[in-house]
Design a protein. Structure first.
Length: 236
C-alpha cells in the first residue's frame, strides 16, 4: 500500500490506529509514547544429523536431541518456537528436524543482536554433536512507534469519549506486533488498544483463540474516539 502511494496525493500528516484487546477491560484505552509493540522476525531452522536405528545411538547424530538442547538453551531468552517437525517412525532416528519460530524485540538494533545470539546458540549446540544446520530468518513487522507529541491528543479524545478513569498509559512494551508499524515509520502516528474484556458477557478469551469474541458495540466506541482524535488534530 505504501509503495502504491497510499500516503501521498494528498500527503498524510498523521495516522491513528485502534486495535481491540481482550486482556483489558471493556471500554478502556491503553497506550504509551515511544515504542508500543515489539518487532518480529520469523525463522526456519533445519538441524541435520545422521539417521539410524534408535538401538544404535553410537552410530547416529541425533537431530531430535539437538532440537531439545537448543530449545532448552534458548527458551529463556526472546526466542519462541512455534513448530517442530521430524521423524517417520518410533524406532528410527531421522536425518533432520525442522523448527520454526519467532524472535521478538523492541528495536531494530535489539533484533539484529538477538538474531546473532540465536545463531551463536544454534552453532554451539550443533557443533557440540558434529551436526550441521541451515537457518533462514525473515524480518517481519518493525516495532510500532507512537509519536510522543501526538499521544496527549489521543488521550484527550479518549477521556472525552470513554471517561478519564478509563484512559491508561502503561510503561512496558507490548509483546505483540502489528504491520501498522510500517505506516508509522513513514508518518507520525499513535497506535492504541481498546479494551473488550467483559467476563459477565463471556468476552474473556485471548486473541487467536477459537472462542474469541467481543461486543460489537465497541466498534462504534472505537470509531468515536478515532473521529474525535481526527477532529482535534485538524483543529490544532
Amino acid at each position: 500500500m505504501i509503495a502504491e502511494g497510499v500516503l501521498n496525493d494528498p500527503d498524510v500528516e498523521a495516522i491513528f490506529t485502534v486495535h481491540l484487546m481482550s486482556r483489558f477491560p471493556e471500554g478502556s484505552m491503553w497506550l504509551k509514547p515511544g515504542y508500543m509493540t515489539i518487532s518480529s522476525a520469523g525463522f526456519k531452522l533445519t538441524l541435520q544429523g545422521r539417521g539410524g536405528h534408535v538401538g544404535a545411538p553410537h552410530d547416529v547424530i541425533d537431530p531430535i536431541m539437538m532440537a531439545g538442547m537448543l530449545i532448552t538453551g534458548s527458551q529463556t531468552m526472546i526466542f519462541g518456537f512455534g513448530t517442530i517437525h521430524g521423524g517417520t517412525a518410533d524406532n528410527i532416528v531421522p536425518d533432520e528436524v525442522t523448527l520454526t519460530g519467532s524472535i521478538r524485540t523492541a528495536t531494530p538494533e535489539d533484533r539484529e543482536a538477538a538474531i546473532a545470539d540465536f545463531e551463536r546458540i544454534v552453532k554451539g549446540v550443533v557443533e557440540s554433536v558434529r551436526g550441521s544446520y541451515t537457518l533462514k530468518v525473515e524480518i517481519q513487522n518493525p516495532s510500532v512507534y507512537n509519536d510522543p507529541k501526538l499521544v496527549p491528543l489521543v488521550k484527550k479524545a479518549g477521556e472525552e469519549i470513554l471517561g478519564e478513569t478509563n484512559v491508561q498509559e502503561f510503561s512496558w512494551i507490548f509483546p505483540g506486533g502489528d504491520d501498522a508499524a510500517f505506516f508509522q515509520q513513514k508518518v507520525p502516528g499513535v497506535y492504541w488498544y481498546l479494551g473488550t474484556r467483559n467476563e459477565e458477557k463471556g468476552f474473556d478469551k485471548p486473541h487467536h483463540n477459537p472462542f474469541f469474541d467481543f461486543d460489537e458495540s465497541m466498534l462504534a466506541v472505537g470509531a468515536a474516539v478515532q473521529a474525535q482524535t481526527v477532529a482535534d488534530f485538524l483543529n490544532t
